[in-house]
Structures are given as structure tokens and as C-alpha cells.
Design a protein around this ligand. Structure first.
Ligand code: NAD
Length: 484
């Protein structure tokens, strides 16, 4: 099959703005009566998300593989279905404690005679969820879990690049939930664009920084608050004392799981000058052991669509033309010019310079630029001059360097001697900073993001405090005000 064959997806018909508005009114209706869903009902919804996944996981894995062209079902199990179930089970355990009033101290004299103050976290109402294609279950049903924990209803739009998955999730949501709880909207970019015009009470957008700008502009019309889960160029620093074999294994895993199509994938790596050759030979060994063949190997994931495939190949050509050394890690020496599954073998780019496109945009594929350094401070300076990343990875054991990475740089997450598992620590907030995102979900922060943190003050009953400080203004009221 020639290029383009598996990229022609059965795109789903668009959904009109009017239909979306009708569905939104149904979802909003319960909040005309109350913003106080019971903990039991919140847990019941989360349990139904778990049931939906558990009872249909084989079918879910199969449609994701179909949408990708080639993606191993065990990978979808690990990163989509099991990850979401584990996330949901964590939230189930915590939700009762999260919904309790968060007591705050009332200060003198407001604390006199039985007054009390607390934060009452109540549902916002209906939350819109826009999800990308790369982990279509984790990034749609994942946010839904905390949206439900916070007592909200939801409307979800999955990516047009995973139409079979979107269709199935739509059918399953209809089976396990009523349309007064959650609905799925299908369609292409026009539908996504219209989706952002709806008067949601909050919108969670997961996707690229470029599209996030359009989403932000569109929701501004209705002042819809946003959680933005974006991407960016997540750097990796390999320290001079790092265990090279373990570090390279982790870093190359990050570039080969889902063919590097992961928001938290390491984007480019800094290695000490003297360690570049060792990095290259260990990366070669890693690929040889993990993927002895690539082209028809179901363990190695396809690039999702033609534009993305061509973009990645053009990043490699541009780097080559501008003088980089390109090292293709292709153990069986396969010819990738004509292929059914549109795969790009893991590729290292040595001596990348900042004028190369590959150093200017998020790669989101199995290509790893390697920059060398002699002084650690230069690395920190370089990183601090780039847009703030979603994740910053450090491999090594130097305490001062670790402290510098944590304290002197800004990124959504800082991760030492590990790759990607920050997403699996459900108690840690997951989010970016600046151009890599704003807001977070996972853990209590997720619950708080999707709640209105309402300030409640129950005043003391016996004295009217305003009578002590209000008009008529006298010396006495002045003294009292100063005491307050
Ligand atoms: P994308 O931004 O192209 O699309 C994401 C979603 O936005 C899709 O559902 C799409 O239909 C919708 N969309 C497209 N144009 C739109 C518009 N004009 N208005 C409103 N919605 C629109 O991203 P993608 O290619 O699906 O995903 C890759 C990007 O997502 C990468 O940048 C990656 O880093 C990021 N990402 C971030 C996270 C995270 O949690 N931080 C997770 C996965 C992916």
C-alpha cells in the first residue's frame, strides 16, 4: 500500500451547534434545582466509568489499534484502560474527604461569638472536555473522573483522528449514563470549533499549544474558565554521574512508547560532551533489544496521520540539510520508503542547532536531538531561555544539580531518574505552566479545578459589628476600626 492508505479515516459527520446547545441545556437542567449532588451519586458515576471500561476493554483496545493503524493492544491496556481505572479507583477512595468543608480561621473580631468560615466546594455545572488522539481514553474519561468527583455533568469531544474510538465511546456513554449526566459529541474540527462557543461552566482542553490559543480566544466570548493541558519541548538532562544504561533505557522508552507521541515524552536530551558516543551506542542496543524489527512489528506504534508523518520526516530532512548528523536506529535495516503502517524508526539527531525546526517545535514522535554540554549551568541557562516545558527530566545523583533543577527552573513537572510515571502518581497534580498549560487535574487539585471554591462565612449572632465601626463616624468608631 502506498503512502496515505491507512491515513484515510472514516471521519464522523459534524454535529451542529444547535444540537450541541440542546444537549447542553439538558445537562444544565439539574443545576437549576441544586448544586449539591450527594457523594453517593458522585461515586456511582465514577464506578460506572470503571464498569464501562472493564466490561468493554477488549473492544476499546481493538478500536484504538484500528485508529492508529498499528498500536499494540497491551499498550492501550497499560496507558489507557488500566491507567484510567487506577485513576478512578484512587478518586473513589478520596472523594468523601475532598467534599468536606475546608474550615478556615476567622480573625478577630470576626471569630467572636460563634462565627465560622469555610470553603464549600460545589460543582461548577457542566464541564466541556476536548481530548486529543494520542491516549484517547485516558485523556477523555480521565478528566471526566474528577469532573464527576466534583459533582459536575460533562460534554466530551474526542479527536477526529480516532473516529472509531470516538464512535465506540459515544455508544458506551449512552449505555452507561443518561444524557442528563454526560454526552459525547462527534465530528471534525468544525464541531470542535463550535464546541468552544458553548456556554460551559468550565472547559478542559488537552492538545497543542497552537490550537489552545484559538480555544482561549473563542471561550473568551462567554468568559468560560479553562484548564489547558498542553505540550511543549520537555528537556532531559543526563548528569555526568548518571547510570548511562538505565538512563538511556528510560529516555529511549519515552521516545518509543506510542512512537514518542506523548505529551510528556522527552523532547531533546543534554548529555556531557564525553558521553555522547556512549549514549548513541546504548540507544542502538536498546532499540535492537526492544524492537529487533519495526516495520511490521505490532509492538511499535504507527504515526497517527499523514500530516504528522510528513511533518516528522521533514524535521529530520531539515536537520540534515542544516548540518546535523542523523542516526537512524533501524536494527533490521528495513526500507521505510513504502510501508503499510507509516512508521518512523527511532532517530537520533546529533549536533542540533537552534535554527533547525526540530529545536523550535514540539517533536511528538520518535526523534531525539542530542545536545552536548561541558558545564551544568549552561544547560540550566539554555532551558530557562526556552518556553516553559510540561516536564523536565534529570538523570543522575548530584544533589546540588537536583536542587537546581527543582528550584531554579520552571516546568509543569520535575522528574528525577524516571520517565512518564509522574502521570501515574494519581495524588500528584498533572498540568503544565505557561505555554505548556494552566490548571491541573489528578488528585485533589483536579477536584478543586472542577469545583467552585465558594467562601462561606456564618456570622456571629449577638453583636452587629458594623454598629461598632460604621456611621456615625466618631473618635470611638475610629479607635474600634484601628483595633480591628
Ligand atoms: P490538537 O490541538 O490538534 O487537537 C486536540 C483537540 O482539539 C482535538 O479534539 C481537535 O478536534 C480539537 N481542535 C482542533 N482544532 C480546534 C479548534 N480550532 N478549536 C477547538 N478545538 C479544536 O492536538 P493533537 O494533535 O490531538 O494532540 C497533540 C498535542 O496535544 C501535543 O501538543 C501534545 O503535547 C498535547 N497533549 C497534551 C497532553 C497533556 O495532558 N498535557 C496530553 C496529550 C497530548
Amino acid at each position: 500500500m502506498g503512502l496515505g492508505g491507512v491515513f484515510i479515516k472514516n471521519s464522523l459527520p459534524d454535529t451542529s451547534l444547535e444540537i450541541m446547545q440542546e444537549k447542553l441545556s439538558i445537562l444544565k437542567e439539574p443545576f437549576l434545582k441544586s448544586f449539591n449532588p450527594s457523594v453517593k451519586s458522585r461515586k456511582d458515576r465514577i464506578e460506572r466509568v470503571i464498569k464501562l471500561i472493564e466490561e468493554n476493554s477488549d473492544q476499546i483496545h481493538a478500536v484504538i489499534s484500528k485508529d492508529f493503524g498499528s498500536r499494540h493492544e497491551q499498550l492501550s491496556q497499560l496507558t489507557d484502560t488500566l491507567a484510567t481505572i487506577s485513576h478512578a479507583k484512587h478518586v473513589l477512595k478520596k472523594v468523601s474527604s475532598w467534599v468536606k468543608p475546608d474550615r478556615r480561621k476567622a480573625r478577630f473580631p470576626l471569630n467572636l461569638l460563634g462565627s465560622s468560615a469555610y470553603v464549600h466546594n460545589q460543582p461548577l455545572g457542566v464541564i466541556g472536555i476536548i481530548a486529543p488522539w494520542n491516549f484517547p481514553i485516558s485523556l477523555s474519561l480521565g478528566p471526566l473522573i474528577e469532573v464527576f468527583a466534583a459533582g459536575n455533568n460533562a460534554m466530551m469531544k474526542l479527536s477526529e483522528f480516532v473516529p472509531e474510538t470516538s464512535k465506540l465511546i459515544d455508544e458506551l456513554i449512552k449505555k452507561y449514563f443518561s444524557e442528563a449526566e454526560v454526552v459525547v459529541i462527534n465530528g471534525g474540527v468544525q464541531t470542535s470549533t463550535d464546541f468552544t462557543k458553548l456556554k460551559f461552566d468550565h472547559l478542559v482542553y488537552t492538545g497543542s499549544t497552537a490550537v489552545a490559543k484559538k480555544v482561549s480566544a473563542s471561550v473568551a466570548e462567554n468568559l468560560v474558565p479553562l484548564t489547558l493541558e498542553l505540550g511543549g519541548k520537555s528537556p532531559v538532562i543526563v548528569s555526568s554521574d548518571a547510570d548511562m544504561k538505565k538512563s538511556v533505557g528510560q529516555i529511549m522508552t519515552g521516545k518509543t512508547v506510542n512512537a514518542g507521541q506523548i505529551c510528556v515524552a522527552p523532547d531533546y536530551t543534554f548529555v556531557p560532551d564525553s558521553k555522547q558516543d556512549e549514549f548513541v551506542s546504548l540507544a542502538r542496543e536498546f532499540v535492537q533489544n526492544s524492537f529487533p524489527t519495526i516495520k511490521n512489528n505490532p509492538d511499535y506504534t504507527s504515526i497517527i496521520h499523514l500530516n504528522h508523518y510528513e511533518r516528522l520526516n521533514s524535521l529530520i530532512s531539515d536537520a540534515k540539510e542544516k548540518g546535523a548528523t542523523v542516526v537512524e536506529l533501524n536494527p533490521a535495516n528495513e526500507d521505510f520508503s513504502q510501508q503499510e503502517y507509516h512508521k518512523i524508526p527511532p532517530t537520533l539527531i546529533l549536533n542540533p542547532s537552534d535554527d533547525m525546526e526540530i529545536m523550535q517545535e514540539e517533536i511528538f514522535g520518535p526523534i531525539m536531538p542530542i545536545k552536548t554540554y561541558s558545564k551544568f549551568e549552561e544547560v540550566i541557562q539554555y532551558i530557562n531561555h526556552q518556553p516553559k516545558a510540561l516536564a523536565l527530566y534529570y538523570f543522575g545523583n548530584n544533589k546540588n544539580e537536583i536542587d537546581t533543577v527543582i528550584n531554579d527552573t520552571s516546568s509543569g513537572q520535575a522528574v528525577m531518574n524516571e520517565w512518564g510515571f509522574q502521570y501515574a502518581y494519581e495524588d500528584l497534580p498533572f498540568g503544565g505552566v505557561g505555554p505548556s498549560g494552566s490548571g491541573a487535574y489528578h488528585g485533589k487539585e483536579g477536584f478543586l479545578s472542577f469545583s467552585h471554591n465558594k467562601a462561606v462565612l456564618k456570622g456571629q449572632k449577638l453583636i452587629n459589628l458594623w454598629s461598632l465601626v460604621g456611621a456615625p463616624f466618631t473618635e470611638k468608631t475610629d479607635k474600634m476600626a484601628k483595633r480591628f
